[in-house]
Write a protein that binds this ligand. Structure first.
Ligand code: CP
Length: 302
């Protein structure tokens, strides 16, 4: 059976617990990377990123290489995409050339579900439109487990452009699976109306003293046509800064998927504040993506 990694919603709680455990295992292994068992030796993985990326693309590449695989970075801008080749035809081409997994980022919310039945190699969602970003979801869960040991009962505020955020999409799915409470905060026009009981629309300053973690999100300017945003006003109303950090519980943590805009959704001094786990999230991206590649490739090939 081909094991596609398309969304957290498509995984069982058992699958997700297994992935978090393996990500934790790999996070320890990465302290001595040259001793890691190269279980993906001779596998070729392609990164096909139709949208820009730093963290996800580089960490998938490092994860694959740590496990012994070889990586091709397919760059749409320098490819036959420029001659009109579709995503489907491109991925079928890569499949027929012999790649053994495809890591895809694309602006279309539904593309991975549409491609899933058409591919004979594992497809890994590295961010689909504003729908889900499941590998980010896994690294966020790993970061929370490392901090709090358990996910059940955690309260998390998510603040910013939630309507356009696939990071929030995956976190809300995970929250339902693991019994977390999510508080959505931000400008009225960017915060959706919650449809489920574990998701609550909240005032940011009111909820800050009770949450265990705050996930700050950038305004996704690339997904807006007309947005009149004053960065200073936005920061005053919704930004994480020293005033708001003082309102948080002492053991609460600050998260951000990156890239962050200093001075807009987060102040300069908060990015590397002792309560921030932003670079820990990035560090956990490699271990989490090693777990995903192992899950999708190693066992399916046995
Ligand atoms: N968090 C995240 O997806 O970052 P990149 O866009 O840099 O991959």
């Amino acid at each position: 059976m081909i094991k596609h990694f398309l969304s957290l919603a498509s995984l069982s709680q058992i699958d997700l617990i297994g992935l978090i455990d393996r990500a934790q295992y790999f996070s320890h292994q990465l302290k001595q990377p040259h001793q890691i068992n190269p279980i993906l030796t001779n596998k070729i993985i392609v990164n096909a990123f139709y949208e820009p990326s730093t963290r996800t693309r580089c960490s998938f590449e490092i994860a694959a290489k740590r496990l012994g695989a070889e990586v091709i970075n397919f760059v749409p801008e320098n490819s036959s995409v420029k001659k009109g080749e579709t995503v489907y035809d491109t991925l079928k081409t890569l499949e027929s050339l012999g790649v053994e997994a495809i890591v895809l980022r694309h602006s279309d919310d539904h593309i991975v579900e549409e491609l899933r039945p058409l591919l004979k190699v594992p497809l890994i969602n590295a961010g689909a439109g504003k729908h889900e970003h499941p590998s980010q979801g896994l690294l966020d869960l790993l970061t929370l487990v490392q901090e709090f040991k358990t996910l059940k009962g955690l309260k998390i505020a998510v603040c910013g452009d939630i309507k356009h955020s696939r990071v929030a999409g995956s976190l809300m799915v995970a929250a339902k699976i693991f019994g977390m409470e999510i508080h959505l905060c931000g400008p009225e026009s960017l915060v959706p109306t919650p449809q489920e009981s574990h998701i609550i629309k909240s005032d940011f300053d009111t909820v800050l003293p009770v949450v265990d973690a705050v996930m700050m999100l950038r305004i996704q300017l690339e997904r807006h046509e007309n947005l009149d945003l004053n960065p200073t006003t936005y920061h005053h109303q919704f930004g994480m800064n020293h005033r708001r950090q003082l309102m948080m519980k002492k053991n609460a943590i600050i998260l951000h998927p990156g890239p962050f805009n200093r001075g807009v959704e987060i102040s300069d001094e908060m990015v590397e504040h002792p309560q921030s786990r932003i670079f820990k999230q990035m560090n956990n991206g490699v271990a989490s993506r090693m777990a995903i590649l192992e899950w999708a490739l190693n066992r399916s090939s046995l």
